[in-house]
Design a protein around this ligand. Structure first.
Ligand SMILES: [Zn+2]
Length: 347
């Protein structure tokens, strides 16, 4: 994260809250998206969502104190949570990775606790907004972000607006169909052929294990033989050390991702597509990351209309795990400067 001392910070300030399955990240950022205070704590979803909201309030107060800003200089709060959710009503519904949280008016509870406007967003939409505001998408008016992690997440920002859809299920980019064959892989949602079933970290591990069980030679077979688990990271390390199977898995992932990307390039025609998430093969400054990115670009060029391929930048995200809270804060800022029109997602 780009941090800044208070002397060099530009008020007003915005709080971003990024709720994840394992931790809740909270940051205070200035008007230019630079972080002046940051903290995180375990989500502990089984303790219940009310306790979590209380801890959010305590953490925000502690950050305001330690950053030596006045509470009045915080203009608004952005809150991103994983779906399922009802964004206009500010409700968290049934997020699969927060089993202890169900049907709760989280936006209004946080607003009541903090006495500040609270903008509610999907966590992936918030992360995309972070990249759009100050990350890899900052020079662009419209971006699509695809995040490769346990699943494949997505965020679409057009002219500063996150595409949430009619049912708060817009930008579900991992669930587009890239394989309609009868033996297509089944997605975590139960439907066959979705991008997530091919390009997520879970999918690359599954493809790897299938190849090893089928008898392909690879240094990764030793890991299985020792009873250890294969992960996206172990595959990346094997690929770096020249393991052909591992490298093929990375290349195939790029090709699958390109198929999904092509769908969004043809529907949205964005000026940039950003690849985020934990599985980035080292990113743009790493040889394997470069190989992956180049393969995505080459593969995209073969399957999209030339005009889209020529004019759309494909790049890695640059804010890593900070994108969610920075983007949530950025959405709060967007509200602050446009508050003559009250958005539906504002309490
Ligand atoms: Zn799916």
């Amino acid at each position: 994260m780009e941090t800044v001392t208070l002397d060099n910070a530009t008020p007003p300030f915005f709080v971003g809250v990024d709720v994840g399955g394992t931790s809740i990240k909270i940051g205070i950022v200035d008007d230019n998206g630079r972080t002046i205070g940051y903290s995180s704590f375990p989500t502990e979803d089984q303790a219940g969502v009310s306790i979590a909201v209380e801890r959010m309030k305590q953490t925000i107060d502690a950050l305001v104190t330690s950053s030596t800003i006045s509470y009045e200089s915080v203009a608004a709060i952005g809150l991103g949570t994983p779906g399922t959710m009802d964004i206009p009503r500010g409700m968290i519904l049934e997020p699969p990775n927060l089993p202890g949280w169900r049907n709760f008016p989280i936006r209004d509870e946080l607003k009541n606790a903090c006495q500040k406007p609270v903008i509610y967003a999907n966590d992936a939409g918030a992360a995309a907004f972070g990249e759009f505001w100050i990350g890899s998408g900052r020079k662009h008016d419209s971006i699509v972000m695809l995040t490769l992690g346990t699943g494949v997440g997505g965020g679409i920002i057009i002219d500063g607006n996150s595409i949430d859809g009619e049912n708060s299920h817009g930008s579900e980019c991992g669930h587009v169909t890239i394989d309609s064959s009868p033996d297509a892989r089944v997605c975590s949602c139960g439907i066959p052929g979705h991008l997530e079933a091919y390009a997520s970290a879970t999918a690359i591990v599954k493809r790897c294990e299938e190849s090893l069980f089928a008898g392909e030679t690879s240094s990764l077979a030793n890991i299985l033989a020792k009873g250890e688990k294969i992960s996206g990271l172990t595959i990346a390390k094997a690929a770096e050390s020249g393991d052909q199977l591992a490298l093929n898995l990375v290349i195939d992932t790029a090709d699958y991702l390109a198929r999904g990307m092509a769908i969004f390039m043809h529907t949205i025609d964005p000026s940039a597509v950003i690849i985020g998430g934990a599985m980035n093969f080292g990113g743009a400054n790493h040889p394997l990351g470069k190989t992956f990115l180049e393969r995505v670009r080459t593969s995209v060029n073969k399957i999209v209309l030339p005009i889209c391929a020529q004019n759309t930048l494909i790049e890695f995200a640059s804010l890593s795990g900070d994108a969610g809270y920075i983007g949530a804060a950025g959405m709060a800022r967007e509200y602050h400067y446009k508050n003559d029109v009250k958005p539906a997602s504002l309490s």
